[in-house]
Design a protein around this ligand. Structure first.
Ligand code: UFG
Length: 323
């Protein structure tokens, strides 16, 4: 297995995975429509502009390269927008993935590693979240990822598709060498927003709620370094013959919004201006992963177990960012 098609390889997690796979000797082909992705983040010369909803563009990629397996990141990922514009999300994420699977199967490509999310669980019934937790997504974004997981199960049975869907918790950080990092437009994620407030690019960080039932009243999340996500994708590619299914990717450590801000202040040596706002709709108080299954199945171990180290890579990117 040598040639890996990375759909959405110009995006945040995709670009870090391309970098990692190339370092491990894989030949990556990146396909991306560049709607949210950045050409500058693509660290392989094999780049094809393609769109999940343009079947001809997908066919072109599979005709041109001898693809062995696909890693599929391409999706719209804004939870709030998915509530406002569900059609956009179901169309791009679900129909787009069906188109990708069609192109794969007509070209006899049967291996896929997929970006899923802890948002497929919906409101947590217990903590930490393991893979057996019932899935009841509470927004269209989570629904699309959940539907795609179900499609994989059916395609596995019917067509012999070999799939692993990785359910990420909160992806964070940037590459150790500072070459690539997080760059969303618009940016909605906590850590980059905190760092921008520290830099003075934003007035302040708005903390969405400090009346949760948590130690400091702010929400707790499980921040997992993007390079640890990347290594899990490589290990998943290598496991596809032996295992098909769903794996959580998180550190298993809950960190609160205020703890993130404190760590960012420590790393940067500067104060972060903040204001308290009311709760954001749809935010559970606490979300963190049980990650034993990923560790066992993949032999994976996150390298970044301290959120301060994660933020240090994000800060290094933020002050030297190239895109
Ligand atoms: N937060 C703030 N202020 C902000 C932004 C975020 O207080 O300006 C808080 C949120 O309320 C939340 C935490 O910071 O408690 C993290 O928020 P993010 O928006 O960074 O991340 P989410 O946990 O909401 O979202 C992540 C992924 C989504 C995925 C979701 C699943 O980014 O793709 O987890 O719950 F759908």
């Amino acid at each position: 297995m040598k040639n890996i098609l990375v759909m959405g390889g110009a995006g945040y997690i995709g670009s870090h995975t391309v970098k990692h796979l190339q370092e491990f000797g894989y030949n990556c082909i990146v396909a991306d429509n560049l709607v949210y992705g950045h050409k500058e983040a693509v660290l392989t010369p094999n780049f094809e502009k393609a769109d999940l909803l343009d079947k001809a563009s997908l066919k072109n990629v599979f005709d041109k390269y001898n693809i062995d397996a696909v890693v599929h990141f391409a999706a719209f990922t804004y939870v709030g927008e998915s509530v406002e514009k569900p059609q956009k999300y179901y169309e791009n994420n679900v129909i787009g993935t069906l188109n990708l699977l069609e192109a794969m199967l007509t070209h006899e490509v049967k291996k896929i590693v997929f970006s899923s999310t802890c948002a497929t669980y919906g409101n947590p019934l217990y903590m930490p979240l393991d893979e057996k937790h019932p899935q009841a997504p509470i927004n269209p974004y989570g629904q699309t990822k959940f539907m795609i997981e179900k499609i994989f199960e059916d395609y596995g049975r019917a067509y012999g598709l070999k799939y692993i869907a990785l359910r990420y918790f909160n992806a964070a950080g940037a590459s150790k060498d500072g070459k690539i990092g997080e760059s969303h437009n618009p940016e909605t994620h906590l850590i980059p927003l905190v760092l921008k407030a520290i830099k003075g690019e934003r007035d302040c960080i708005k903390i969405f709620g400090n009346d949760y039932d948590t130690p400091d009243g702010t929400c707790q999340r499980d921040y997992i370094h993007v390079e640890d996500l990347a290594s899990a994708h490589r290990l998943a590619l290598e496991k596809l013959d032996d295992f098909q299914g769903f794996l959580n990717l998180g550190t298993g450590i809950p960190t609160s919004v205020l703890e993130i801000i404190k760590s960012a202040e420590k790393v940067s040596g500067k104060k972060c201006p903040l204001v308290y706002e009311k709760r954001r709709a749809g935010d559970p108080a606490v979300l963190y992963a049980a990650n034993a299954k990923a560790k066992e199945v993949l032999g994976w171990k996150p390298e970044y177990m301290n959120v301060e180290d994660i933020i240090r890579t994000a800060w290094n990117w933020e002050i030297n960012r190239k895109f």
